[in-house]
Write a protein that binds this ligand. Structure first.
Ligand code: SF4
Ligand code: SF4
Ligand code: SF4
Length: 440
């Protein structure tokens, strides 16, 4: 059976939270709590994965006591995995927050949830209320609050302790499970894997082993992996996911060899552009410009200077964007440029999409040998690009055709073909079925 530390309460009617247990934890001295966390070598999850939780608490207690403990989701991080953890075991996450507040000698713990999940506010507030009503918290003057909003980690990290949702769940698990605790991470496998979904993974395995064992392996052969917003090529799967490995928002997206990375970057950039709040220029303007560049590349209108522009813009956005939304856009664009430059150059210089995904580089035509003149394709073409009548070989007007591909599955004879290469000789005018060869 797989280790269940963070998700141990997921399928239970009630969580294993219990007041006596928390009371017992909070009756320990701060030094004992910090020492327990240091001995377990607990490390922060997510963006600040290099930080040792015990050291951070100790420093905070000694140097910046009084500014509170904050947890939440950086703008673009509220994916299925993390929110799932918060919703399915809110008491553990909030308990972890209360322990952290106590350990650093503060009185206030704040949890922020994104606007998109506002509907969960009531149930999270009632879980926080349940904790705030406990004698052990009241006695220590500790209170936990939940609010809608995102945390700007850049402006907070100096004054306040910021914990990832997964770190809070791990703090609670460490004190509840004691010697049975082992560090784990919660992730969402997405994309071209055989078994996508949310899983809890152990520490110390390679990315490849995790994909094989926890996501059923890759559909077709692996081309790229995006760990949160960081994109790597297939060689990146040799990396070991240890405690200091940043899993960002915990989403691991697999791309197989049928995917075109210019097309994928275009799709991600559009998503981010739509999600951008527009507050900072780098994200607002930069994401739009990157999206335009990748759209041009995938539409066959890319210029050799575009790649330098992606590099310049991407780097400026990574440092200049205020939150993870802008950084997701820039990091994915830079990852595409750094790992798949050849593929981008092929689109720009050779007008060829190596994965045969970008329709701008494709020709769609009707095979005169296979068409039986049934007219079915003509009826589905919104662009009115198909010419023909019953009993005649149909023809596609390449200037009118939008390359949407809608007609392809309609043709039962498999006569509508797509190619990135040369189109064979075709009829130039309406020709009766069966007579094309005779006229050649
Ligand atoms: S505009 Fe700035 S603050 Fe707003 S989503 Fe983008 S990066 Fe975040
Ligand atoms: S291309 Fe296919 S669907 Fe269209 S007329 Fe010919 S056989 Fe029918
Ligand atoms: S690919 Fe789309 S636009 Fe082109 S002929 Fe088929 S249905 Fe019409």
């Amino acid at each position: 059976m797989r280790t269940q530390i963070l998700i141990r309460n997921f399928n239970k009617v009630e969580s294993d939270f219990n007041e006596n247990n928390l009371q017992e934890i909070l009756s320990m001295s701060r030094a004992e709590i910090i020492s327990t966390v240091r001995i377990a070598h607990l490390q922060e999850h997510g963006l600040f994965s290099q930080r040792i939780v015990g050291d951070e608490w100790k420093n905070h207690f000694e140097f910046s006591k009084g500014s509170g403990v904050v947890s939440g989701f950086n703008n673009f991080d509220y994916n299925g995995a993390l929110f799932n953890l918060l919703e399915k075991d809110s008491l553990s996450v909030l308990e972890g927050l209360a322990i952290a507040v106590y350990a650093v000698g503060d009185s206030k713990g704040s949890l922020y949830i994104p606007q998109a999940h506002e509907s969960a506010l009531d149930s999270l507030e009632s879980a926080a209320h349940k904790l705030n009503e406990l004698e052990c918290l009241k006695k220590l003057g500790i209170s936990i609050s939940v609010a809608v909003g995102s945390i700007d980690v850049r402006s907070l990290k100096k004054e306040q302790v910021v914990h990832h949702i997964g770190t809070l769940a791990s703090i609670s698990a460490l004190f509840r499970l004691k010697k049975d605790f082992v560090p784990t991470r919660i992730v969402l496998f997405d994309g071209d894997v055989k078994v996508p979904g949310i899983v809890e993974i152990p520490i110390g395995l390679t990315l490849q082993t995790l994909i094989d064992e926890f996501a059923g392996g890759v559909e077709e052969s692996l081309k790229a992996v995006a760990i949160s917003e960081k994109l790597v090529d297939a060689s990146g799967t040799k990396m070991v996911v240890d405690e200091s490995f940043s899993l960002g928002n915990g989403v691991i997206t697999i791309y197989n060899n049928k995917r075109c990375m210019a097309d994928k970057a275009k799709a991600i950039l559009r998503l981010v552009f739509e999600a951008s709040c527009g507050k900072c220029t780098f994200c607002r303007e930069g994401t739009f410009q990157l999206y335009q560049i990748f759209m041009d590349i995938s539409n066959g209108k890319g210029k050799p200077t575009d790649l330098g522009m992606v590099d310049e813009l991407g780097k400026a956005m990574t440092t200049g964007s205020l939150c993870s939304t802008g950084q997701t856009a820039s990091e994915f664009a830079l990852g595409t440029l750094n790992n798949f430059r050849d593929e981008l150059e092929s689109h720009i210089r050779r007008k060829r999409c190596p994965a045969e995904v970008c329709t701008a580089f494709m020709n769609i035509y009707v095979s005169p040998e296979l068409c039986n003149g049934c007219t079915s394709c003509k009826e589905v073409c919104d662009a009115k690009a198909i010419e023909g009548k019953e009993g005649y070989i149909h023809m596609i007007d390449e200037f009118e055709c939008t390359k949407c591909g809608k007609c392809i599955p309609i043709c039962e004879k498999g006569a509508i073909l797509r190619t990135t290469g040369k189109v064979p000789p075709l009829p130039e005018r309406l020709t009766r079925v069966g007579s094309f060869k005779k006229r050649r």
